[in-house]
Ligand binder design. Sequence first.
Ligand code: HEC
Length: 186
Amino acid sequence: MAEPKRKDAIAGDVIHEYDGIEEADNELPTWWIVIFIGSVVFGAGYWLAFHEFHVQPSAVEALAAKEAERARRAGDVSDADLLSASKDAAAVAAGKTVFMTNCVACHGDKAEGRIGPNLTDGFWIHGGAPKAIFETVKAGVPAKGMPTWGPVLGAITVKQVVAYLLTLRNTNVSGKEPQGDAYTVP
Ligand code: HEC
């Protein structure tokens, strides 16, 4: 037989009673409701902000951005960087290997020029300053048959091969006739 409803010791009405265990319909404490609703609102806001509107890059995005920045920096060389690399025996030796592997077919094994220009004379189609040579090798001149080496070799290797070329600049190996404008090393 169901007992008549009575007030629970804490607050609300007892709604069930089985085997002496009473279930009361107590009101939820205010602090609990505040935390509950607060969590739901925070969760919705967090989802919108980070997953829908990307107010801040995620860890994966931040890492990708950092990598891209590092790759960009590696391509950010100055005349001074390249000149000092041209005095670094290890960089020059590495650059020579790169040249022998990738460049001799068109520029000759002494860089005296074949299909491509003589790289040992004082004349340059695209500029003879270290940075200009670096940019020419990196970007290539696809329309004239000079491949784009930046994506193939990477900036560090392009820097090495340019270091090697700088040791050949103005050594005037006889080969292909001069092309372009005279460049005087400052
Ligand atoms: C498929 C042939 C080919 C290969 C391989 C090649 N080049 Fe070239 N290169 C050329 C041609 C052709 C030009 C001339 C472009 C022009 O007329 O604007 C050139 C131009 C250049 C110039 C600019 C010369 C100037 O007078 O301004 C540099 C520097 C150069 N090459 C370096 C390299 C290096 C370093 C490599 C190897 C990593 C290489 N090249 C591989 C064909 C080639």
